[in-house]
Structures are given as C-alpha cells and as structure tokens.
Design a protein around this ligand. Structure first.
Ligand code: GLP
Length: 248
C-alpha cells in the first residue's frame, strides 16, 4: 500500500485525478470503478478540468459505480446516479450507455447483484477503482460485520453510516436503510485501487485500515492484501497515530 500525504483536499483530488487520467491515456478503453461522497468531489473536479483541457477522452471509457441506495429513484438528488451525473458524467464525453450503477429500485436484488457482477466480468473487470472510506472504515457499503460478502449484494446500512450520511438528507429518517454494493471481492479483483481520504473525521478509519488487524470489523483493512493500492490523504486525515484495536 502506497500512502501519499497532501496538504489539502484539493491537492488530494489533483493527485488522484492524475492517476485516473494516466490510466485513461494509457488505455482509452479502460474500465473505471467510481465512488461517490464528498471526498471524491475534488478528484472529479480535476478530472473534468483535464477533459476540458483536451488531456483525456472518455468516448470509449466504461464505468461501474461502487454502490447505490435502495429505494431511491435515479432522479432523486441524493441518489448516487444523480450524484455521478451532476459531478462527472454531464461534464465529459462519456456515452450514457457506458456508465453503470447497480439498480437501487430493483425488484429482485439478488438477480440485480448477479447481473451487475456479470456485467463487470464481461467488460473484462475493473482496471482502476476509485474509492473513499467511511468513518467506520467501510468501503463502498461493505459495513463492519462478522463476515464480508465477496460479490455485489444488498446490505443493511450500519446505524453509524445512516447518521454520517444524514448530512445529505433533510433528516436522518430520510436516509435509506439499505443499499446495493459491490462486494469486497469485486473491489479486491480491481487491478489498481486509488483511495482518497480527507478530513480529521477519517483519521481513525485510515489508521485502522493501514495498520490495524485485517478483520471484517474493519472492511478497508482487506486492502492491505491488495498489491496495487495508492491511498492519497490530506494532512487532517493523516493526523492519527496507528491504533492496534479495530475501530468498529
Ligand atoms: C458513502 C459511500 C462510500 C464513501 C463514503 C464516504 O457511504 N458508500 O463509497 O466512501 O460514503 O463518503 P464521504 O467522502 O462523503 O465521507
């Protein structure tokens, strides 16, 4: 695991975007895995800038998002589908049919999970996956648990995640209580992983991920077993010393 410390979250975004842009230039048909949340915003801003500067071309790029809330229409302002449209897709020349998110309104989530997993596999797997991390060290929506699931699946959100994400909704009761998410195996099979972490509220999760036990109680800790992970953090997130006890 390579860890790069940047001064600000803007610098985190520029550094992560440089890796994503390099992947797109190296292979214009790349399959990218994409994340949502406030941490990736500066990365998307820098990726859009590179596109506007004529550095990158998305005409043949294929994307798969990590997750989606269950029960939200894709037009809901807090759906991850809407987030991606607003913060990245509408600003670049990606073909709408090449962008993929799991369907949060699926009637049969196990069928939808299999469809999503099959689609990723038939696209050749993910070349580069952009990740954030939850305050409880979840990745995508793989929540701390006694066991983690390999493939895409429906999952109940942890109470702490509902509380953390309530800031995007009118109130905590409006936050969906379940999501459909790539599994830990889907994430680990990605050939390259770039994680962005910013803010002191992520310091504990970051320390546990890097230096703690590899345990389903700290889902991000499994990234210690991946051979190509770059974690880009700001100084606020890097402020916490390693903890030996899992945080979750
Ligand atoms: C959500 C997403 C995660 C993301 C996390 C952190 O829970 N499912 O993929 O990493 O939020 O978001 P933020 O960057 O807003 O703290």
């Amino acid at each position: 695991m390579i860890v790069k410390i940047c001064k600000t979250k803007e610098e985190v975004g520029q550094t992560a975007a440089a890796l994503c842009n390099a992947q797109i230039i190296k292979n214009p048909q790349s399959v990218l895995g994409l994340a949502t949340g406030s941490s990736v915003l500066t990365t998307y801003q820098a990726m859009v800038k590179a596109y506007n500067d004529g550095i990158t071309d998305y005409s043949q790029i294929v994307t798969y998002n990590l997750d989606e809330y269950c029960g939200l229409e894709s037009t809901h302002p807090q759906s991850y589908c809407y987030f991606m449209e607003e913060n990245l897709f509408k600003h670049i020349n990606i073909k709408p049919e090449n962008t993929n998110l799991p369907d949060g309104k699926a009637i049969d989530f196990s069928k939808e999970s299999q469809r999503y997993e099959d689609s990723i596999n038939s696209a050749g797997g993910i070349d580069l996956l952009l990740l954030g991390i939850g305050r409880n060290a979840h990745i995508a929506f793989n929540e701390p648990n006694t066991k983690l699931l390999d493939n895409t699946h429906r999952i109940e959100l942890a109470k702490s995640t509902v509380q953390a994400n309530a800031r995007f909704f009118e109130s905590e009761k409006d936050v969906p209580k379940a999501s459909i998410t790539m599994g830990i195996g889907t994430i680990m099979r990605s050939r390259t992983i770039v994680m962005v972490v910013s803010g002191s509220d992520k310091a504990e999760a970051l320390a546990a991920m890097k230096n703690g036990l590899i345990t389903p109680q700290c889902p991000a800790s499994f990234l210690q077993l991946h051979n190509n992970v770059t974690v880009i953090v700001d100084e606020a997130a890097a402020s916490q010393k390693a903890k030996s006890k899992p945080i979750c």
